[in-house]
Design a protein around this ligand. Sequence first.
Ligand code: 6PG
Length: 238
Amino acid sequence: MKHLSPGSAQAAEACARHIALTARAAVERQGRASIALSGGSTVKVLFPVLAAAALPWEHVHWFWVDERGVPPTHEQSNYRLAAELLLRPAGIPAANVHRIPAEHPPDEAARLYAEDIRRHFALGPAALPRFDLIHLGMGPDAHTASLFPGEPLIEDRTGLTAPVWVPKFNQWRVTLLPGVIVSAHAIAFLATGPDKAEALRAVLEEPYQPLLYPAQIGVHGGVEPDWFLDSGAARLLR
Ligand code: 6PG
């Protein structure tokens, strides 16, 4: 489903309200909610709105979709951004924060994060977690998470996490894998700005070619995602 807002701030606010609503419903239904968040720039508006929501914070657990290969204090850290704009302002209990330990070497960080996910969801060795909601962004190149066009991990439907070298940024990252994304009970994409318009058109209107358009991972094979868009990103849609 597409939720169209005039501007990027309104789209981010609408996405934040949707995440809060989904988290609250999950807590009412099953006693807890498990949400995975992306990083990027649009979360700078989303996180403060989410932090101000009236949520049963002690029952909501926060995970990350991906993390840059930097310590949690680094300016590029997705965790650091969330800590500043969401975790600390909302007073989220440390036990509910499941950050990707990217201060470790990438393969170790991915392994430790997968162990944390398995423990939280009480998973068997080959099982995949079902997050109550996964929040995804999308780049102008149609990447999502840290799965960029041409990345072979886009074909992986069994793993939980992986280290991934991102040539575009000359950087290691750790990312959730597609099997986890398509297993989610809900997927919320936030994509704003005219620079996303062509990628969004391709993701939604071109045939399924996730190696070319990685964000299609979130559109095919799992639940129907909610798209939170502004007019700039949506301007090429039929
Ligand atoms: C990251 C994100 C990444 C992001 C997209 C969109 O670590 O950078 O997880 O996948 O969601 O690049 O970012 P914007 O928020 O800038 O649109």
